[in-house]
Design a binder for this molecule. Structure first.
Ligand code: TMP
Length: 202
């Protein structure tokens, strides 16, 4: 059996990320793997408190990134790395690419600064496979039923996030698989399954 495999799921809210992460956990378990399904922000006890802090008030993008990163440091060192060392499969609903896409491309923070800080916080841990569930922001918002209240600025932000994700994927084609999440869930799942099957057996 293949050991210590780290998959992250990325993409906007409303792309089915969380549902697919759960399904993926079952898929690995059915094949005999020990699975840890986790998420950011909030994959540890302290992380859950950071998550509340993040959602509670508006803040400067630098502060926001550093809170996500504090959560990531704790999460990586206490949950993800020990699980990988024990030979488990770790499925993370968001990891460092979320910060690059949202705080970097979305809010304009320096990617070089963010990458250096992330390297220190995580000890350089990078997923073996990153599944990017790509969805047009307008479709995502339509799915969540929030279109009418949406301000122009919010939509522009989500467009930058999407473009950012696609740029990240283009820069690292061996790690990323871009999956068209506008299709029915079953078809999206089949693409996820194919991508994972290939990467896990590699
Ligand atoms: P989710 O729980 O639905 O995945 O949403 C978490 C929110 O946090 C989502 O809007 C993306 C955002 N986020 C960032 O902006 N940067 C990050 O580094 C992470 C992990 C999440």
């Amino acid at each position: 059996m293949k050991k210590g495999f780290f998959v992250s799921l990325e993409g906007p809210e409303g792309a089915g990320k969380t549902t697919l992460a759960r399904r993926l956990a079952d898929w690995f378990a059915e094949r005999g793997a020990e699975v840890v399904l986790t998420r950011e922000p909030g994959g540890t006890e302290l992380g859950a408190a950071v998550r509340e802090l993040l959602l509670a008030r508006p803040m400067e993008p630098e502060c926001e990134f550093l809170l996500y990163l504090a959560d990531r440091a704790e999460h990586t060192r206490r949950v993800i790395r020990p699980a990988l060392l024990a030979g488990k499969v770790v499925i993370a609903d968001r990891f460092a690419d979320s910060s690059y896409a949202y705080q970097g491309f979305g809010r304009g923070l320096s990617l070089a600064w963010m990458r250096a800080a992330t390297e220190g916080a995580t000890g350089g841990l990078v997923p073996d496979l990153t599944l990017l569930l790509d969805l047009d922001p307008e479709e995502g918002l339509r799915r969540s039923g929030r279109t009418d209240r949406l301000e122009r600025e919010a939509l522009d932000f989500h467009r930058r996030v999407r473009e950012g994700y696609l740029a990240l994927a283009e820069a690292e084609p061996e790690r990323f698989r871009v999956i068209d999440a506008s299709r029915p869930l079953e078809r999206v799942w089949r693409s996820v399954e194919r991508a994972v099957e290939k990467a896990w057996s590699a």
